[in-house]
Design a protein around this ligand. Structure first.
Ligand SMILES: [Fe+2]
Ligand SMILES: [Fe+2]
Length: 303
């Protein structure tokens, strides 16, 4: 297929942008609960006009917590997958092995980062918020698919994080600086991951027939459907957490509206924003033109 990403350049960039968790959270750096955490393009709380301004902020922060936990969860299957890929390269090109080990090390750091942020949230928010999981079971299920299906899901996630930070930049400047800095630092390292994952998809696909590739793309969709079911459950958890934090119950029509708007907001955050990224659409086209058309047809459902 032929992407011209260089392992040497990738590694150099990764080493240049490296940061420590302690630079982002801890000490006087903590979450400001008087501000929203998530860009409105992802949170979509404004459409719920039966909520007060304060309640919209509470829901935005609950969605921020969910974001930390869901990323903690997805990074748990990315880490072993990338380590396995790095192991398969042992004895080969020095730069490529080091680039993938750097990638894996950064994902381990990100898991730790999301844990630290989630801990700060728990200490400051005052209401328990449930999240789907456990991570090990989700990872086990996802990793049971064909490696190309998993690599595509990872590629989707890497490009998705690029978009999330860009959205936060275009937000109205009221976001909590600590949360925003987390999105920014994640973005800085994920750029290298997106390129390495592109090369990983290429390397895996190069050993496969077009029929095998087609069925692995179906596997990507099966994982997507599994995640979508989880997001529906998550929206229910967010509703329960919201009612508890706001200390009031929504009426049945408000609950319906909440579920409809917020499930779609979650779909866009974790599915639509990744699958519609131009780089992901491009990769799908390189793998299989018909599947690219199918992807383009499905995007509105997750937007
Ligand atoms: Fe990450
Ligand atoms: Fe990543």
């Amino acid at each position: 297929m032929g992407y011209n990403y260089s392992f040497k350049d990738n590694l150099e960039r990764a080493e240049r942008v490296a940061w420590r968790i302690e630079d982002l959270i801890g000490g006087d750096k903590t979450l400001d609960f008087d501000r929203p955490f998530m860009p409105e393009s992802l949170a979509r709380v404004r459409a719920l006009d039966f909520l007060s301004e304060h309640e919209k902020m509470l829901l935005n922060q609950i969605r921020g917590h969910t974001y930390l936990r869901i990323f903690g969860l997805v990074e748990e299957f990315i880490l072993p997958f990338v380590l396995d890929h790095a192991r398969s390269l042992l004895g080969g090109d020095d730069y490529s092995i080091r680039a993938y080990l750097e990638f894996a090390g950064e994902e381990a750091k990100h898991i730790h980062l999301f844990h630290r942020f989630a801990e700060a949230f728990r200490q400051g928010f005052g209401t328990a918020c449930d999240v789907i999981g456990p991570g090990e079971a989700v990872a086990k299920h996802i990793l049971s698919h064909h490696p190309l299906s998993v690599a595509l899901v990872i590629l989707h996630i890497e490009w998705m994080t690029q978009r999330h930070f860009v959205d936060s930049v275009h937000d109205d400047g009221k976001l909590d600086p600590c949360f925003k800095s987390m999105l920014k630092h994640h973005w800085m390292e994920e750029m290298q991951h997106a390129q390495l994952d592109t090369l990983m998809v290429e390397a895996i696909a190069a050993r496969m027939s077009s029929a095998e590739i087609e069925s692995a793309i179906d596997g990507y969709w099966a994982i997507g459907a599994f995640l979508d079911e989880g997001l529906k459950q998550q929206t229910q958890f967010d509703l329960t957490a919201f009612e508890s934090a706001a200390r009031r119950s929504l009426n049945p029509e408000e609950r319906d509206q909440f579920m409809k708007v917020q499930h779609q907001a979650n779909r866009w955050t974790y599915l639509g924003s990744g699958m519609s990224h131009p780089k992901f659409v491009e990769m799908m086209g390189l793998l299989n033109k018909d599947k690219q058309s199918g992807l383009l047809d499905a995007i509105p459902m997750f937007s």
